[in-house]
Design a protein around this ligand. Structure first.
Ligand SMILES: [Zn+2]
Length: 265
């Protein structure tokens, strides 16, 4: 079995978590997906590439290898719904648009799901918790950035077109409010990129569970509209848009790191 994640340990008090860029499938899931689902359209495409300059800056990077169609690492292990509006669960059985992912009767069974939880979900979260503990031990605090992207138009999940930058801080509980305010302020300088804080995407399980400002762990989720850096139809990376957007990300990350230094320095 392929390992569930890759962890790169950096030299900054910052961990970038990437729960959804993976494209690996377990045999049971591969065997059950419909022809449409095998194209994995709901993947957070190219996220490691998008954050490559942030990795080079010195951030730690935790990225999932398995597809969210196997298990959604940004959902709690008890699968309690995160949103009162339409959403997808721990073991997704539908596309974002509501169509079934699996051929009739071919969803992974209870045992297959239990194995997935043990072999993929738990190791990712163990690695995440351990890396945050290492950063706190080293620096006295840790910044957790949960990196996502999604198609800019998904009628079942949200109305109209999503803003380009969707910051989520669990309605202000997952990080110091000054940090989120500074991220928004930095975003004012990006011509042509729209933004929102705690709009449709307020931060999923990772942001809500690990963000603990009183314990010096500050978590922010950034959901990026995929049209900012790729072609949403072909899923192809766009060099022109991607390179430009990487500069936006670098400014945001620099803002977060500067806040950390000021706050804890
Ligand atoms: Zn995602």
């Amino acid at each position: 079995m392929i390992k569930g994640f890759e962890l790169h340990q950096g030299k900054l008090p910052l961990l970038i978590s990437m729960p959804h860029p993976g494209t690996q499938l377990t045999p049971e899931v591969a065997n059950g997906l419909t022809a449409r689902a095998k194209k994995l359209e709901d993947t957070d495409w190219h996220i490691p590439k998008l954050y490559q300059p942030i990795r080079e800056m010195g951030a730690s990077i935790l990225s999932a290898n398995y597809s969210r169609y196997v298990v959604d690492l940004n959902r709690p292990s008890d699968d309690k719904p995160l949103y009162t509006t339409a959403t997808t669960g721990l073991y997704p059985d539908i596309f974002f648009d509501g169509e079934p992912l699996f051929e009739a009767g071919k969803c992974p069974d209870v045992q297959a799901r239990a194995d997935i939880l043990t072999n993929i979900w738990q190791p990712y979260h163990q690695a995440l918790a351990q890396e945050l503990a290492r950063l706190k031990e080293t620096f006295g605090y840790a910044l957790l950035w949960d990196a996502h992207s999604i198609k800019s138009v998904v009628p079942r999940l949200f109305e109209g077109r999503l803003p380009d930058l969707n910051f989520g801080t669990a309605d202000g509980t997952s990080c110091d409010p000054v940090l989120s305010a500074e991220l928004l302020k930095t975003s004012e300088h990006f011509n042509g990129y729209s933004k929102v804080l705690n709009g449709r995407f307020k931060g999923g399980y990772i942001t809500r569970h690990y963000g603990a400002p009183q314990q010096n762990i500050h978590a922010v989720q950034l959901e990026v509209a995929q049209c900012c850096y790729m072609d949403e139809e072909s899923f192809a990376w766009s060099d022109e848009k991607g390179t430009q957007f990487q500069q936006v990300l670098a400014r945001l990350i620099e803002t977060a790191l500067a806040w950390g230094q000021r706050h804890y320095g």
